[in-house]
Design a protein around this ligand. Structure first.
Ligand SMILES: C[S@@+](CC[C@H](N)C(=O)[O-])C[C@H]1O[C@@H](n2cnc3c(N)ncnc32)[C@H](O)[C@@H]1O
Length: 233
C-alpha cells in the first residue's frame, strides 16, 4: 500500500490539526464501551492512545501501512502497560478478520482515502464485525469541496535548527473527489534539504451518497458532535 502521507511529518503536523477536536469529542460517544473497539486506519496511534486512555476496552488497531505501524508500535512501546491491551492488525479494512464482533468501530480521517467502490464494500464488512446495537463512529464533513488553488503553505513546525513545512495544491475537485498535491519540505537556513512531493486523490462523499450506503448495510444514524458521524448497527 502506498503512503500518501509523509511519515516523518505525520505527528508533527497532525498532533495540532484534527487530533485535539477528536480527542475532545470522541470519548463521550464511547461512554459505556468496555469490552472491545476496532480502530480502522490507526495510523501512528494518535487516536489509539485516546481510545486506550478513555475506555477500559481491548483495542484492535488496524493499519495497512508498515511505516505508520512502525510509529504506532513505537508509541505503544513507550506505554508498555498498553502492549497487553492493543492488538495491531497489519492489513487493510476489507481484509478484516476478527475472532468475535466488537462493541464499537472508530475510523478517524480514513474515509477520504477510500475510493467509492471500496467504501461501499466496506460498510457490510463493518456491520459484520460489530455486535448488534454496536456503534460505528467516523469523521465526515459536509459542504462544498475545496476549489482548485496553486501550491500554498499549510503549516510548519520548528525542529531544532530546521523547519518542517507542508504545502498543498488542489489540482481539481468535483463529484466527491479531490485531486491534490502535497509537498513536504525540511528547510535549513532557507535551503530545502529534504523534500517529498505527493499527488493523490481524496474522497468526500455527500450526505445523500453516504446515508443510503450505511442504511443498506443495516446502520441507523445516531447523534454525534460536529465533524463526526455515529451509527448503530
Ligand atoms: C490521515 S491517516 C489517519 C490516522 C489516524 N486515524 C489519525 O487520525 O491520526 C489515514 C490512515 O488510514 C490508513 N488507511 C488508508 N486506506 C486504508 C484502508 N483501506 N484500510 C485501513 N486503513 C487505511 C492509512 O494508512 C493512514 O494511516
Amino acid at each position: 500500500m502506498t503512503d500518501f502521507i509523509s511519515l516523518p511529518f505525520y505527528d508533527l503536523l497532525h498532533e495540532n490539526a484534527h487530533v485535539p477536536a477528536v480527542r475532545e469529542k470522541l470519548p463521550p460517544l464511547l461512554t459505556g464501551v468496555r469490552r472491545s473497539i476496532l480502530e480502522i486506519g490507526a495510523g501512528s496511534g494518535l487516536i489509539t492512545i485516546t481510545l486506550a486512555d478513555s475506555t477500559p476496552a481491548e483495542i484492535f488497531a488496524l493499519e495497512p501501512s508498515p511505516g505508520m505501524r512502525g510509529i504506532l508500535l513505537s508509541r505503544l512501546t513507550g506505554r508498555p502497560e498498553l502492549l497487553k491491551r492493543v492488538t495491531v492488525l497489519p492489513y487493510d479494512a476489507l481484509s478484516l478478520d476478527l475472532p468475535e464482533p466488537v462493541e464499537a468501530i472508530v475510523m478517524i480521517n480514513v474515509m477520504y482515502a477510500m475510493e467509492p467502490e471500496y467504501r461501499e464494500r466496506l460498510w457490510p464488512v463493518l456491520a459484520g464485525a460489530l455486535e448488534p446495537g454496536g456503534l460505528l463512529v467516523f469523521t465526515w464533513r459536509d459542504g462544498d469541496l475545496p476549489a482548485p488553488h496553486p501550491l500554498k503553505e499549510i503549516d510548519s513546525r520548528q525542529v531544532g535548527r530546521h523547519t518542517y513545512a507542508s504545502f498543498s495544491e488542489i489540482i481539481e475537485s468535483g463529484e466527491g473527489r479531490i485531486r491534490y498535491r502535497t509537498v513536504y519540505r525540511v528547510i535549513a537556513d532557507g535551503k530545502v534539504i529534504d523534500e517529498e512531493d505527493i499527488v493523490g486523490n481524496a474522497y468526500r462523499p455527500a450526505w445523500n451518497v453516504l446515508e443510503p450506503e450505511l442504511t443498506a448495510a443495516g446502520f441507523t444514524c445516531a447523534a454525534a458532535p460536529d465533524g463526526l458521524l455515529a451509527w448503530r448497527r
